[in-house]
Design a protein around this ligand. Structure first.
Ligand SMILES: Cc1ncc(COP(=O)(O)O)c(C=O)c1O
Length: 478
C-alpha cells in the first residue's frame, strides 16, 4: 500500500512538475464536492480559464491535488460529461468540449445575389447563370422517364451505383484513379469535410491546418472540440517542414489541407511539395483531409495528394465550383479502413444527398454538360481576373487565371480592419485576412471573390473603389 502511495505521489509530482495543472477554485465545505467541481469546470469555461480542447488533469491526480477521494473526482467528471461540458474516454483523457457551437466571426450569411446594394466580393461562389438552361433541359428529360419515382426513394442501389460510377469518372479527371466502392456521396464538399472530421476525430485531438484556412473549418473544430494547429505557408501553399513540425509538436494524426486554389491565398501546391506532404503523412501516420472543391477549375494542376498517399488521404470534392453550388452534391474518396466511418457520419447527419440532385450531377458528368459548365466557369473566372488586373493596375497580389478569387496584400499605411470597413462604407464587401488566420500571425491582406456578382459593370465599379482606396492610403475609419 505504502509503495502504491509512494508511486502515486511520485507520478503526481512528475505530472505537476511537467504540466500546468488545472485546479478548481472550490468551496471545500460544500456538501456535494463532486457537483462543486463540475460547477467550477463550468465557471472556468465561461471565464475562459479553460479553453475548448484543454485536457483536465487525470482523475487520480486531481484527487491527490485536492486531497479528495478519486471516486469524488470521478463523479465530478461524470457530472461534467452529462452537462456537456467535457468529453473523453477512459485512457484518452477528459477534454473541454466546445460549448455552444459558434459560427466564425463574419458569419455565414444566407445567400441572395442582388443586383443592388453593396458590390459583394466576400462570397466565393461560382457564376450560376450558365447552368440554368442545362437544368431546364435535364429536368424536362427526367420528367419523361418511367424511372423518375426511383429518385424519391432513399438512395436505392440501382440509383446510387451509377452515381458512384460517375463520381469515379469525375475524380479520374482530377487525377485520382479510384473505383466506385471507395467513394461515398455527401451534401457538397462542406458535408464531406464535416463527416470526415466527425468520423476521424475525438474531442481534444489536434488538427493541423494551413495557417490561413477555410473559415468554416474553425467553426467545425470548435464544434468537435479540436485544437487547430497552424502550419506556415508561402506563396505556393503549406511548407512541408512547417507541416511536419506542426504534426510533431502537437502529436496530430489528422490534417485538413487545400492544396489546389487555396482559400484565401489562391496558392496551388506544386507536385514536389505534394510528394513531401504525402511522405510526411506516411511517415508520421497522419490522415490528410484533402479539400479539392476548386480542383476542377485550373486548366493545369498537379495530381491530388490522395493519388500519392492513397491510404493516408480522405479526398473531398464537389460539383459546386465546376457546375452549380445549389446541387449540393459532394464526393468523398477514402481508404477502405476509413470509408465506413465516414459513410456512417454522412448517414447519421443527413442519410445522403437528395438522389435527384445526385442524378442531375451524374447526368452532367456522363453527357459532357459538366465539362461544358466547367469551361464556362473558367472563361468567366478568366474574364473577371482580367478585369481585376486592369483595374488594380500593377499592384502586387496573388491570383490564378482560373481562380474565382484573389488575395490582395495591403500597403503598410492601411490596417486590415480599417480597409474592410472603408470598403464597406464605400459600398464594397471584402473579407479581411484575419478571418482566415488560425495562429497569432494575422496577414495584412484582403480576399476579393470575383464570381459572385453577376454583372461585370458592378465588378468594375467595385474594383475601381478598391483601387481608389489603395491609392488614397490609410484613411482611418472608426
Ligand atoms: C475551400 C472550400 N471547401 C469547401 C467548400 C464547400 O463547398 P460545397 O459544400 O459547396 O461543395 C467551399 C465552398 O465555398 C470552399 O470554399
Amino acid at each position: 500500500m505504502n509503495a502504491l502511495v509512494g508511486l502515486l505521489s511520485h507520478r503526481c509530482n512528475f505530472y505537476i512538475a511537467t504540466m500546468a495543472i488545472w485546479r478548481p477554485n472550490l468551496d471545500l465545505n460544500s456538501s456535494n464536492r463532486a457537483s462543486a467541481i463540475a460547477d467550477a469546470i463550468a465557471t472556468d469555461i465561461a471565464s475562459g480559464r479553460l479553453a475548448v480542447g484543454d485536457r483536465l488533469p487525470p482523475q487520480r491526480i486531481l484527487a491527490w491535488t485536492l486531497g479528495l477521494s478519486p471516486n469524488t473526482v470521478m463523479r465530478a467528471y461524470d457530472e461534467a460529461r452529462r452537462r456537456g461540458l467535457v468529453a473523453g474516454e477512459v485512457g484518452r483523457g477528459t477534454y473541454v468540449r466546445a460549448q455552444v457551437p459558434a459560427l466564425p466571426r463574419g458569419g455565414l450569411t444566407p445567400l441572395s445575389r442582388s443586383p443592388d446594394g453593396p458590390v459583394d466580393f466576400s462570397r466565393n461562389l461560382p457564376f450560376t447563370g450558365a447552368a440554368a438552361e442545362e437544368l431546364a433541359a435535364t429536368l424536362a428529360q427526367l420528367g419523361k422517364e418511367p424511372g423518375l419515382a426511383d429518385f424519391l426513394d432513399r438512395g436505392e442501389e440501382r440509383v446510387r451505383a451509377p452515381q458512384l460510377a460517375a463520381a469515379a469518372a469525375f475524380l479520374g479527371r482530377l487525377g485520382l484513379d479510384i473505383s466506385p466502392p471507395s467513394i461515398t456521396l455527401a451534401n457538397g464538399g462542406q458535408q464531406g469535410v464535416f463527416a470526415a472530421l466527425m468520423a476521424l476525430s475525438r474531442p481534444g485531438d489536434a488538427l493541423v491546418v494551413e495557417a490561413l484556412t477555410y473559415q468554416p473549418i474553425m467553426a467545425m473544430a470548435l464544434h468537435f472540440g479540436l485544437r487547430l494547429v497552424p502550419a506556415a505557408m508561402d506563396g505556393e501553399g503549406v511548407l512541408p517542414d512547417a507541416f511536419e513540425a506542426a504534426v510533431r509538436r502537437s502529436g496530430a494524426r489528422l490534417a485538413y489541407l487545400m492544396p489546389t486554389l487555396h482559400t484565401p491565398t489562391t496558392a496551388t501546391l506544386g507536385l514536389e511539395r505534394r510528394r513531401q506532404i504525402a511522405a510526411i503523412a506516411e511517415r508520421r501516420d497522419v490522415t490528410v483531409i484533402e479539400d479539392d472543391v476548386f480542383g476542377f477549375l485550373p486548366r493545369q494542376r498537379p495530381v491530388p495528394i490522395a493519388a500519392l498517399a492513397p491510404s493516408r488521404t480522405v479526398f473531398v470534392t464537389s460539383v459546386s465550383k465546376s457546375m452549380a453550388p445549389g446541387l449540393r452534391v459532394g464526393y468523398v474518396a477514402a481508404p477502405s479502413h476509413l470509408l465506413p466511418a465516414i459513410e456512417t457520419a454522412v448517414a447519421v447527419s443527413s442519410w445522403m444527398p437528395p438522389p435527384l440532385m445526385a442524378e442531375i450531377a451524374r447526368r452532367w458528368i456522363v453527357d459532357g454538360t459538366g465539362a461544358r459548365l466547367n469551361a464556362a466557369q473558367q472563361a468567366h473566372a478568366a474574364r473577371r481576373q482580367l478585369l481585376a488586373r486592369r483595374l488594380l493596375g500593377n499592384r502586387p497580389y496573388l491570383a490564378d487565371p482560373d481562380g474565382l478569387h484573389l488575395w490582395l496584400p495591403l500597403p503598410p499605411e492601411w490596417q486590415m480592419g480599417s480597409f474592410a470597413a472603408a470598403a464597406s462604407e464605400a459600398g464594397v464587401r471584402v473579407n479581411a485576412g484575419d478571418l482566415f488566420a488560425v495562429g497569432a500571425d494575422k496577414p495584412s491582406a484582403v480576399r476579393l471573390c470575383l464570381s459572385y456578382e453577376m454583372d461585370d459593370r458592378r465588378v468594375e465599379d467595385g474594383l475601381a473603389i478598391i483601387a481608389d482606396l489603395l491609392a488614397g492610403g490609410g484613411r482611418m475609419v472608426t
